[in-house]
Design a protein around this ligand. Structure first.
Ligand SMILES: Nc1nc2c(ncn2[C@@H]2O[C@H](COP(=O)(O)OP(=O)(O)OP(=O)(O)O)[C@@H](O)[C@H]2O)c(=O)[nH]1
Ligand SMILES: [Mg+2]
Length: 482
C-alpha cells in the first residue's frame, strides 16, 4: 500500500498540490514565494505590535514631570536640585562646564552696573526708578573716580564676548521682548512697552544645556577661545569689580533702580574673592545660582535605583522624565503639547515678586501673572488627572523685602491690614491658590503646596524627598494598588 504523507513541506505533497491546482512548476515556485513573503510580513507586524506594546508599557511606567511658572520663578533651579541630589554622576561631570556660566553671570552684572552709572550720569530714566528719600545731591554723587573705574572695566565687554563664544551654540544672546501670551492658551500679542525700560532688553539664553556644559559635545568647527586666558583676564579685574560693587553710591543707585540685576547677582558679586581667581573651583551653590534663561524645552531623565519596592521599574530603576521650559510669555504656547501626557506639574510662584512687574510687559504685576497662570492650569481639561504641586518660591527674598519695609498692601490691595509678615503672607497666598483650584478645577482635587527657597539646597532636598513620596503615593493610588 502506498503511504501519502500529510506533511505540506514534503516534496511529494507539493507535487500533488501542484498537479491539483493545475500549476506549472514556475507558477508553483512563484506562489510559494508569495506565501512565504506574506508570512514574513505578518510576522514582522506581529513583532512590531509586540514591541509597541512593550514600549507603551515602559512609557506608562515613566513618570513625566513638567516644571511650569513665569520667567525667573526658579524652574531650572529646581531641576538643578533634583539632578544634584538624584543624578550625582552627571552633576559631577558637568561641574567644570558651569565655570564659564558663573563667570558670564558676573561679567554681565558688572556691565549692567556700568550701564546704570552711565544712565545716571546722562540723566536717563533706566529701569524702575524709586525715590529713596535721600537729598538729590546725595543720590547722584558719581565722581571722577567712578568714571575712571568705568574706563578700566570697559574691556569686560571683550571678556563677555569670549565667554559667549566659549559657551557656544547651546546658548545665545536673545532679545527678551517680543510676542507675548499671558497663558499657554492665548494667542501671542505684541507689546512695544516691554524691553525699552530695562537695559538693552537682551539676555543670554540656553537652548541646549548639554552643549553649554559639555564642550566635547559641540559641533565641529566651533571656535573655542582659550578658556584659561579668559579666567586669568577676569582675575585681573577682581579688585576693580569689587570696588564698583562695594561702592555706596553705586549701591544706592541700584536700590533706586529695582529689578536691574538678577536675583543671583548679589551672591556672586559678594564672592568675587573666591570666584574671580585663577584657581576657581565651582561649588554646588554656584551651580544652583548660575543663571541662564531657558528657551525651548529641556528634557532630563532621572533614574531612582532606591525607589520604593512597588514603584514600576525599568531595568531596575524607577524612571522620571523632567521637562524644564522657558517661562517668558513668548515661550508659553510651547507648553501646551506637553499637557496631554504629563503626570505631574510642579508650578513655581515666586512669592517675593508681589511688587515687581513682568520684564516682557511692564504693565503686569508678576504675582498677578502667576495667579492667572495657576488658574489656567487648574482650569485645563487636559490636566484633570495631573498631580499638581505648587512651590511658593523665593521665600528668602520675601523675608528680605519685608524686613526692609516694603509693604504688601501697597502692591496688593486685597491683602488689607493683615500683618506684613512672611508667615501671614504665605498663609494668605496658600489659601488664594487653594481657592483658585477649587473654583476652577473641572473635578475636585487637591494640590500639594510647599513654601520654598530653591537656592537653599539642604532645605530643598527635604522638600524634594516629600515631593517624591507624594508622587509615588499618588501614582500607586491611580493604578488602583492602594
Ligand atoms: N534668592 C533666591 N533666588 C532664587 C530662588 N529661586 C531661583 N532663584 C534665582 O532666580 C533666578 C532665576 O531662576 P531660574 O531657575 O533660572 O528661573 P526659571 O524659572 O528657570 O526662568 P526661565 O528659564 O526664564 O523661565 C536665578 O538666578 C536663581 O538663582 C530662590 O528661592 N531664592
Ligand atoms: Mg529656566
Amino acid at each position: 500500500m502506498v503511504h501519502i504523507s500529510d506533511d505540506p513541506e514534503d516534496p511529494f505533497v507539493k507535487l500533488l498540490e501542484q498537479e491539483i491546482q493545475g500549476e506549472t512548476p514556475a507558477q508553483t515556485t512563484a506562489r510559494l514565494k508569495r506565501e512565504s513573503d506574506a508570512q514574513r510580513i505578518s510576522d514582522e507586524i506581529d513583532e512590531r505590535i509586540k514591541n509597541d506594546r512593550a514600549v507603551a508599557k515602559r512609557e506608562s511606567a515613566v513618570v513625566k514631570v513638567l516644571l511650569l511658572g513665569q520667567a525667573e520663578s526658579g524652574k531650572s533651579t529646581t531641576l538643578k536640585n533634583f539632578r544634584m541630589r538624584y543624578d550625582t554622576e552627571a552633576w559631577e561631570k558637568e561641574r567644570h562646564g558651569w565655570r564659564a556660566v558663573v563667570q558670564l553671570n558676573i561679567v554681565r552684572s558688572i556691565l549692567t552696573i556700568l550701564a546704570v552709572i552711565n544712565a545716571e550720569l546722562s540723566g536717563e530714566i533706566f529701569g524702575e526708578s524709586q525715590d529713596d528719600g535721600a537729598a538729590p545731591d546725595e543720590l547722584t554723587k558719581f565722581t571722577d573716580s567712578h568714571k575712571l573705574l568705568m574706563i578700566r572695566l570697559a574691556p569686560l565687554r571683550d571678556v563677555e564676548s569670549n565667554l559667549q563664544r566659549w559657551l557656544g551654540a547651546g546658548a545665545e544672546l536673545l532679545s527678551t521682548s517680543g510676542p507675548m501670551a499671558a497663558t499657554p492658551f492665548e494667542t501671542p500679542v505684541y507689546s512695544s512697552a516691554a524691553a525699552s525700560e530695562r537695559g538693552s532688553g537682551k539676555e543670554f539664553v540656553v537652548r541646549r544645556w548639554h552643549d553649554v556644559l559639555d564642550p566635547d559635545a559641540r559641533q565641529p568647527g566651533h571656535s573655542n577661545p582659550d578658556f584659561e586666558s579668559v579666567t586669568i583676564t577676569l582675575a585681573g579685574y577682581r579688585d576693580d569689580m569689587k570696588l564698583l560693587w562695594e561702592d555706596r553710591v553705586v549701591q544706592r543707585a541700584l536700590a533706586r533702580r529695582k529689578l536691574i540685576l538678577p536675583d543671583s547677582a548679589g551672591f556672586f558679586l559678594n564672592e568675587l574673592d573666591r570666584i574671580a581667581t585663577r584657581q576657581y573651583v565651582v561649588t554646588d551653590d554656584d551651580i544652583v545660582r548660575a543663571r541662564l534663561r531657558t528657551v525651548g524645552i529641556q528634557e532630563y531623565r532621572l533614574r531612582f535605583k532606591d525607589a520604593p519596592l512597588d514603584a514600576p521599574k525599568i531595568n531596575g530603576a524607577w524612571e522620571w522624565r523632567i521637562y524644564d521650559v522657558g517661562g517668558c510669555r513668548t515661550n508659553r504656547p510651547a507648553w501646551l503639547p506637553f499637557f496631554e501626557n504629563t503626570n505631574v506639574i510642579i508650578f513655581l510662584c515666586p512669592v517675593s515678586c508681589f511688587d515687581e512687574r513682568l520684564e516682557e510687559d511692564r504693565r503686569v504685576n508678576r504675582l498677578e501673572d502667576s495667579l492667572i497662570l495657576w488658574r489656567s492650569i487648574c482650569t485645563s481639561k487636559l490636566l484633570t488627572k495631573t498631580q499638581l504641586i505648587l512651590f511658593m518660591n523665593k521665600c528668602d527674598l520675601l523675608k528680605l523685602k519685608l524686613k526692609h519695609g516694603t509693604r504688601i498692601k501697597d502692591h496688593l490691595t486685597s491683602y488689607g491690614d493683615r500683618p506684613n509678615e512672611v508667615m501671614d503672607f504665605v498663609k494668605y497666598l496658600r489659601e488664594k491658590f487653594k481657592e483658585i483650584l477649587k473654583q476652577n478645577s473641572p473635578a475636585p482635587r487637591k494640590a500639594y503646596i510647599y513654601p520654598t527657597t530653591v537656592t537653599d539646597t539642604q532645605a530643598t532636598a527635604k522638600t524634594l524627598a516629600l515631593v517624591r513620596d507624594g508622587i509615588f503615593r499618588e501614582n500607586l493610588a491611580r493604578s488602583h494598588l492602594i
